[in-house]
Design a binder for this molecule. Sequence first.
Ligand code: NAP
Length: 314
Amino acid sequence: MSSATARQKEPGKDHKILNGRAVGQSIREKVADKVAALKDANWHPRLVSIAIGAAEPAKLYIRNQRRVADKLGINFDDRHYGEETTREEMLAAIAALNADPSVTGILIQRPVPKHLSIKELQAAVHPLKDVEGMHPASIGNIVYNDLILGPCTAVAAVEMLKATGLALPGLEVVVVGHSEIVGKPIAFLLMSEGATVTVCHHMTRNLTVHLRRADAVFVAVGKPQLITGQMIKPGAALIDIGINQIQAEDGSSKVVGDADYETCHDVAGWITPVPGGVGPVTVSILMRNVAKAAELQKRHYEKQYGEATFVADA
Ligand code: NAP
């Protein structure tokens, strides 16, 4: 991906803005080809989405995921389970999906009710169907430099940095936030690309000291305006993963990232907007994982039962 793809190319447009819609679109074009090839081989990728309880915040994501899946020719099966569904019932439902060869990907929507552990449910998904890249095996593979099914948000954020065209070997990168699903995998993915990575968190003594020498900054914390323009190095790439709902001056609510967009935009060389930055790339990476998982399972079944024996036609 060249920087020209991500930057808005039209005259008069802001060339600092890393356009997630353009990056996402170019990923989806390749996914569409892969899905078509799988279908030609009678292997239909089928993604099962599991939402448990009211899951109001997930509704918008599910609608968007279905729209993207439909466009790519991926079968999207949207399942809802009641708020009272027990741990045992959920684990049994996941086990049944694991055993069903027509299901090629399983996606667990967040949040889940308090009596369930998202981590346990995620670990119950078969690693070959783990399209979110959240299974401990998927996370562990990153440490071994083996990006089979990577965690979607982390992979999407790294794709955004690649879209700048900056050379990653030796690049000074600071990652702010070290959660298991975002910050830590970003750090490992970047290390495997040869970047020099510093990871900051709430105990970091002086965040600005680290940020001021970074060629690229990733921020995934969930605190609006945590990063301001004066904290970053002029010309740096700023990849903002935060999603925060705040109240605008007119009382309406709006979504912002973790960076103070106005001041950071003045100083940065590249910046991802929120919304419209990492978010649209994340759903494209999810669909890329769906195609990849289907391909891996096709190979697995062929190895086990022979090429002509198995047809997954959802
Ligand atoms: P999380 O699990 O709550 O982790 C937040 C991280 O930020 C923790 O590692 C925490 O470190 C660190 N932190 C807290 N206060 C800090 C401070 N003052 N300075 C530096 N680091 C600090 O959150 P997450 O799941 O990683 O998500 C982070 C953000 O990304 C959220 O806004 C979330 O909505 C967003 N997100 C976006 C996408 C997307 O597709 N764009 C997907 C997932 C999440 P300690 O543990 O040391 O406190």
